[in-house]
Design a protein around this ligand. Structure first.
Ligand code: URP
Ligand code: ZN
Ligand code: ZN
Length: 463
């Protein structure tokens, strides 16, 4: 019997090793790793000489087809997973939202319907809880048993998503028993709202006031409170989209004390800054997302956090809204600009470029940040997140030298602008495989909507 596919002579990279080898695939799984594997009877041989062979990227923070801010995010499960695949991301974890008065099961069923028959690569869900009565605490256990093993809670967006401290504490206590993981949006929503109302009353309505009304202290305070609540509950906690050094310091202190506290940042906080609001006219709306962009000096602190394991994951918080049709809703009032930005496609290249090509950390650390640790934290390892016999053949043949200038003219996300327009990256995927099938080859998309499977996840494990 031959192999279905052999990826020949690439530099195989995992979180711990780099070595030259062939990787063979049978029925969507990695079946052998070794030098000079037999080519006879192989269905296909892909030459990866002088290329990296990476485990497929895992983006644990995306919002596809998400109703928000009076509209719906512009990528659905087909266009979003397709764009992800072009960038080397082969698994994503999106958010099923429980609206007030609903069961958590309704949220899950709704998002299963949205994704059904559409995704081109594998996906899973966290459940966003906005209303936590006794019944939902029970439901959390049931969802964990059914493979939805993480929950997002909000300390921001009062009246929409925000939960009070008692509810947050109850949810954390539930996960300390059922083995799930709480993902926290950490900003002090109450204080921010007071500042927002004051600024609006002063007639300040331009996009930049979105950033100016959400101070770093509001993020640091909530991060610290989330950590304290988790510590009291005896639960781990994962801080999402961490944007600034003040919050990073809270995570560092907690980790230095040995607490199971984890945090992700996103490419926008590493590449963009509050200076992006200097763009002319209403252009600043392109950068309205939450937490907001910070002063430039935070960027290097975040890069250093990634290098030193004070930050463990890079996700995108992909939540695209078209500039013309959707961001426009807030032309006269920044509070009406739908919050979110597009990023699912370029995470791997931006982090490789700024991290590895720029000499900040190793290619192994890169793999750890964008694939291995996300898989471990969110119950997907070792099926995903590594290159090992028995793992899914989600693989990226990555050219570390290829340069590319990011532009909305060439990207595959269904949105009319790029946050990273004009930025040149070094390092691009040449080919991407999802469970052994080539889904992207250069500029060509070879995948199929519906081929992506919903993943039931195991419990959180320490990376
Ligand atoms: O602005 C953002 N981040 N939109 C998506 C929702 C969230 O808070 O993650
Ligand atoms: Zn959030
Ligand atoms: Zn988000």
């Amino acid at each position: 019997m031959g192999f279905d596919t052999i990826i020949a002579n690439g530099q195989v990279v995992t979180a711990t090793d780099t070595y030259t080898s062939d990787v063979a695939i049978i029925e969507g799984k990695i079946s052998a790793i070794g030098e000079s594997l037999p080519r006879e009877n192989a269905g296909k041989v892909i030459n990866a000489t002088s290329k990296y062979v990476l485990p497929g990227g895992i983006d644990v923070h995306t919002h596809l087809d998400m109703p928000f801010g009076g509209t719906t995010s512009a990528d659905d499960f087909e266009t979003g997973t397709r764009a992800a695949a072009f960038g080397g991301t082969t698994t994503l974890i999106d958010f099923a939202i429980q609206y007030k008065g609903q069961t958590l099961r309704t949220a899950f069923d709704t998002w299963m319907r949205k994704s059904s028959g559409k995704a081109v690569c594998d996906y899973a869900f966290h459940c966003i809880i906005t209303d936590l009565a006794e019944a939902q605490l029970e439901e959390m256990n049931a969802l964990v048993r059914d493979g939805v093993t993480s929950f997002k809670l909000f300390m921001a967006y009062p009246g929409v998503f925000m939960l009070d401290d008692a509810s947050i504490f109850k949810a954390l206590r539930a996960t300390s028993k059922n083995g799930g993981l709480v993902c926290m949006h950490a900003e002090n929503g109450g204080a921010i709202d007071v500042i927002v109302q004051q600024v609006l009353a002063e007639g300040k309505k331009a996009p930049k006031y979105h950033a100016l009304t959400r101070p770093t202290t509001a993020e640091a305070e909530a991060t610290s409170r989330a950590i304290a609540l988790a510590e009291m509950a005896g639960a781990p906690v994962y801080i999402v989209h961490l944007s600034c050094n003040d919050a990073l310091e809270k995570v560092r202190e907690a980790r230095d004390r040995g607490l199971p506290v984890y945090a992700e940042t996103c490419p926008q906080y590493l590449y963009l800054s509050i200076e992006n609001f200097d763009a002319p006219g209403f252009e600043g709306a392109k950068y309205v997302f939450t937490p907001p962009l910070r002063e430039k000096w935070h960027q290097e602190k975040l890069w250093n956090g990634l290098k030193t394991d004070r930050l463990q994951v890079v996700s995108t918080d992909h939540c695209p809204f078209c500039f013309k049709e959707q961001k426009e809703l807030g032309r006269d009032d920044f509070t009406k600009i739908p919050n979110g930005g597009p990023g699912i496609e370029h995470r791997m290249s931006l982090i490789f470029s700024g991290g590895v090509a720029a000499g900040r950390f190793s290619v192994n650390r890169f793999v750890e940040l964008v694939s291995t640790t996300p898989a471990k934290l969110f119950g997907l390892y070792p099926r995903k997140g590594t290159i090992a016999v028995g793992s899914d053949a989600d693989l990226v043949i990555f050219d570390p030298k290829r340069k590319h200038t990011i532009s909305a003219k060439t990207h595959h996300m269904r949105v009319d602008y790029s946050m990273f327009e004009g930025i040149e990256v070094t390092g691009m995927p040449d080919a991407v495989l999802s469970r052994g099938r080539v889904v992207v080859q250069g500029d060509r998309f070879l995948g199929r909507p519906g081929a992506g499977e919903f993943l039931k996840r195991a419990l959180y494990s320490q990376p």
